[in-house]
Design a protein around this ligand. Structure first.
Ligand code: MN
Length: 331
């Protein structure tokens, strides 16, 4: 694949994890990945964004791409629970990490937009490993740059992330207001769904704002009580209504703190592993699904690496779902 020199200059090769214990009958994700420079095409492209300057609380998610990648290497490419085998039929590459500016939030967002706009233009489905939640703005912006018509967004998060600012500046708490305030409104409030939002972590003021403009907020408690399948159907209906593309954004703090402790602001009562995996599996198969980011995993705050492993499992489920989606499109 050919990408512009400008975009290529902003990519840094990711280190290849080396702690794999070989078994001739195991196929790991790293065994099937292709080098994007040599491949004619890729279905999925992994990108790391090692950036956490926009986190106002406990930092550390700049090391997320490294730790999630080293969990990904332990992933076998077959999952009996969904009966998907990635060893054929899905071309996956790793573009490496975007060369971020830890001293400059908006400058970093510009760089992400430059690279991601090129990646979407190749027809690749990106899986972005963050990094803090501020980067969903350039991720979605890049999808908008490649979409005729509106874009729907489903986010999994403990927090609404629709703040005006932190001290007048863009932060990891502002991306969804920024997206909805883009000129010409390519992401309408009625096409934004927020799942996993939870108690004692949000302001009434911002909840009222979401209600007033028509954003759909589904707190984690509602997911537990209604059942995840019902929530998935509703979220996909809303995000696909009149849109041409759906972006899925996962802040790992949408998941319960027992399975995702390694993050800035953990979530007591958040989504279970099953609920989150099922959401990714079903939502990723939707014909409009165009990309995923998995954010806010901070290995320095983690316990035994479980949060990185959870992030890796969500990514694997999205890869499985993407394979199913593409198979259906080719039929
Ligand atoms: Mn968030």
């Amino acid at each position: 694949m050919q990408i512009s020199k400008e975009a290529e200059r902003l990519l840094i090769e990711a280190p290849r994890p080396s702690n794999w214990v070989p078994d001739e009958y195991d196929v790991g994700l790293s065994d099937i990945m292709v080098d994007w420079r040599e491949a004619e095409h890729a279905d999925v492209g992994i990108l790391g964004v090692p950036f956490d300057t926009a986190v106002m609380g406990r930092r550390g998610c700049r090391f997320g791409p490294e730790s999630v990648r080293s969990s990904l290497v332990f992933s076998n490419v077959y999952d009996p629970s969904i009966d998907v085998d990635l060893s054929s039929g899905l071309i996956i590459t790793d573009f490496g990490n975007i060369d971020v500016l830890q001293t400059d939030v908006l400058g970093t967002h510009d760089r992400i937009e430059q690279v991601m706009t090129v990646v979407f233009a190749l027809g690749v489905t990106p899986v972005i490993i963050g990094g803090d939640h501020s980067i969903t703005y350039p991720n979605v912006k890049s999808l908008i740059n490649n979409t005729e018509g509106n874009v729907g967004v489903i986010m999994i998060d403990g927090h609404l992330d629709v703040r005006h600012s932190h001290h007048g500046e863009v932060s990891s708490g502002t991306p969804f207001r920024r997206i909805m305030e883009e000129p010409e409104n390519p992401v309408l409030p009625r096409n934004l769904v927020q799942v996993g939002i939870n108690g004692w972590l949000n302001s009434r003021y911002y909840m009222d704002y979401c209600r007033e403009i028509g954003v759909t907020v589904i707190p984690a408690r509602q997911v537990h009580r209604r059942g995840v399948d019902d929530v998935i159907i509703q979220a996909l209906e809303i995000a696909s209504d009149g849109t041409q593309a759906i972006f899925l954004s996962i802040d790992i703090d949408g998941l319960d703190m027992s399975i995702a402790p390694g993050t800035c602001a953990p979530n007591p009562g958040g989504l279970t592993a099953y609920e989150a995996l099922e959401m990714v599996w079903q939502m990723g198969q939707h014909p409009l699904s165009k990309g995923l980011d998995v954010l806010e995993i901070a290995p320095s705050l983690d316990c035994g690496g479980v949060t990185s492993m959870m992030g890796a499992a969500l990514i694997m489920h999205y890869l499985g779902a993407t394979k199913k989606r593409l198979e259906r499109q080719h039929d």
